[in-house]
Design a protein around this ligand. Structure first.
Ligand SMILES: [Zn+2]
Length: 355
């Protein structure tokens, strides 16, 4: 009863327009890649990738939320990626499990209220799911999701993003738990393999099954850059009637190397996850992705590992939006050297055009 009252109070102070209402009216822009970016900033250890930063440097998490908010993200995703029992055990912090989860949602809420953003609870691949002992491992996974989301709901969330799902089986457990909480559910698959989930479902078929089981938003996140994610997204778009999400990594994957895990440096080393810089997309390429996704009918347009605020702003502007950080968007015509060159080029262009 007390919990219900608390929930009601939280709901009242939340954004007045929920995720489904926003999607009905057009594209919702999201932004992720918190773990990668906070690792680059020196607050998360590569390897275990556990978001200890939530407790150790909460201000760093809030700052990144704020940067994404200013750049146009309408959703503050609570940094609970890998903040689950299995992963915290790896770094000896299982006693911090509840506190880390609650704090992550609180931080997302604090910044969401600085704008008009939504807060998404976040659950992900657990590495505990085993399709060979599906029943037994499902119980463990379900318990992990239930505890994480119970804390998230108490702290206040608008919907749940279950992401980087390697197994359809695991995604379905997440969906069941989210639906029990009566929250809108966004389920996105990892696409590490050529065309199948790790339990052998074609990505498109898997999204269809999730949609048939009541998912509100389905799609893909992580692993693939725009070039190799969009063709699959296009097929998902035609296969499902629900909303579709695309959150690629900003890396130049291609038909030869369709995922960022497969990219190789010039000396043949695996570039993932610490040598990926040479493969980064530029902001204009991510803007192009946003436009293509819009034309394709994608409803939730975001970015995953490697994401940073300059991409998010370029994507927002490509979608026709002016966001707080647009105040400082490039104005190269004002550059002392490049500005004159731009002016010159413009004159040449006009002369050509008149000819
Ligand atoms: Zn990612």
């Amino acid at each position: 009863m007390i919990l219900d009252q608390q929930k009601e109070k939280d709901l009242k102070s939340r954004s007045t327009r929920g995720i489904l209402e926003r999607l009905k009216n057009g594209i919702v822009q999201g932004a992720e890649g918190y773990v990668f970016e906070l690792e680059r900033r020196g607050y998360i250890k590569a390897g275990p990738y556990v978001p200890e930063v939530v407790l150790d440097f909460p201000e760093a998490v809030k700052e990144l939320h704020r940067e994404f908010l200013r750049a146009g993200s309408e959703v503050m995703v609570a940094l609970t990626y890998y903040a689950h029992r299995e992963k915290l055990k790896d770094v000896g912090r299982e006693n911090d499990l509840e506190l880390m989860n609650r704090q992550a949602v609180r931080l997302a809420n604090e910044v969401a209220r600085e704008g008009d953003a939504l807060v998404a609870g976040n659950i992900c691949n657990t590495w505990a799911y085993d399709p060979h002992s599906a029943k037994e491992s499902a119980r463990i996974v379900q318990a992990m999701y239930e505890e994480q989301l119970a804390w998230a709901v108490e702290e206040g969330i608008d919907f749940v993003i279950s992401e980087t799902n390697d197994y359809l089986g695991e995604a379905l457990i997440a969906l069941k738990v989210i639906k029990q909480l009566k929250l809108p559910a966004m389920l996105t698959l990892a696409s590490v393999q050529q065309s199948l989930t790790r339990d052998g479902y074609d990505y498109i078929e898997a999204c269809k099954i999730l949609a048939d089981h009541g998912a509100d938003i389905v799609g893909l996140n992580c692993d693939r850059g725009p070039e190799t994610m969009l063709p699959i997204i296009e097929n998902i778009r035609s296969a499902v009637g629900c909303y579709v999400a695309a959150q690629p990594v900003p890396y130049k994957t291609n038909t030869q190397y369709p995922t960022f895990e497969l990219l190789r440096t010039s000396s043949g080393e695996q570039a993932f996850p610490l040598l990926l810089e040479p493969f980064l997309c530029n902001r204009f390429e991510m803007a192009e992705f946003a436009r293509k996704a819009q034309i394709m009918g994608v409803d939730y347009v975001g970015i995953c590992c490697g994401g940073a605020p300059h991409y998010v702003r370029a994507m927002a502007e490509a979608l026709g939006r002016t966001v707080p950080a647009s105040k400082y968007s490039p104005a190269m015509e004002l550059h002392p050297v490049l500005g004159a060159q731009i002016e010159e080029k413009h004159k040449e262009f006009l002369a050509d055009w008149k000819r």
